[in-house]
Design a protein around this ligand. Structure first.
Ligand code: ATP
Length: 226
């Protein structure tokens, strides 16, 4: 579904922050990208969404080369980013935030009772977890084939984080491919079909989510030891 080969990414005036990244996301699967702060996870998602131009490499979506495609055309092609930090429009209501993404809400909002209860509330008055749900709902209304989620559990209580991870399982079950970037490695690996560890801009380890959960080095570095 999404093939990333030899991708290198830098910001203006920096060396390559991500180097020679190769990832392959199969259809209807969840891929988790874990790694320490500053490893380049958000940078990778921004480049995939078309917000940064890679210095080398290729990205194929369903076999089609989208490496040079603009951000808004990527959304239309089915690649949607839910950025870090619950990027909702805080003065607008829940309803207005969702309308910006699409009027065809057929079935999607059934997954978000929390939002329909707060339909006319200003998005900024929602809890952190509710805002994250709103950001994800908005992403889903764009009907993605591949949903890129940047740190969806960041700053949430364990209970709310659990709800977000349950939602990610549902999204995958509905047939959407998910690329999940997370600090919460344990929970991310638990929902992931496949996963990779990014260290200083390069992949150091890949496997199934279960394999990485069982890996001693991964456990020591990212799961608080065991
Ligand atoms: P985090 O969880 O902290 O966001 P991350 O793995 O997502 O970590 P990135 O945000 O991708 O890491 O950052 C990777 C590196 O790129 C860091 O060293 C950061 O300082 C650098 N970086 C990020 N944004 C910019 C920018 N706009 N200009 C220059 N360097 C940047």
């Amino acid at each position: 579904m999404l093939e990333i080969s030899g991708l290198s990414i830098r910001y203006p005036g920096t060396p390559d922050i991500v180097r020679d990244l190769n990832l392959s996301l199969a259809e209807h699967t969840t891929f988790a990208l874990i790694g320490a702060n500053g490893a380049g996870k958000s940078t990778t998602l921004k480049a995939l969404a078309g917000l940064l131009r890679p210095s080398a490499g290729r990205v194929l979506l369903e076999g089609r080369d989208i490496t040079r495609m603009s951000a808004h055309r990527r959304v239309r092609a089915g690649l949607v980013l839910v950025p870090e930090g619950r990027a909702v429009l805080s003065r607008m209501s829940v309803r207005e935030n969702l309308l910006l993404a699409g009027t065809d809400q057929n079935g999607i909002l059934d997954r978000f009772p929390i939002l329909t209860e707060r339909w006319n509330a200003a998005a900024g008055s929602l809890s952190g977890g509710e805002q994250q749900m709103l950001a994800i709902a908005r992403g889903l209304l764009l009907r993605p084939k591949v949903l890129l989620l940047d740190e969806p559990s960041l700053g949430l209580s364990p209970l709310m984080a659990g709800q977000v991870f349950d939602l990610i399982k549902d999204i995958r079950a509905d047939g959407t491919t998910v690329l999940l970037v997370e600090q919460n490695a344990r929970r991310a690996l638990a929902v992931a079909d496949r996963a990779a560890v990014l260290e200083l801009g390069a992949v150091t380890c890949t496997g199934t989510g279960a394999e990485l959960l069982d890996d001693q080095a991964v456990a020591a570095a990212y799961l608080g030891g065991r």
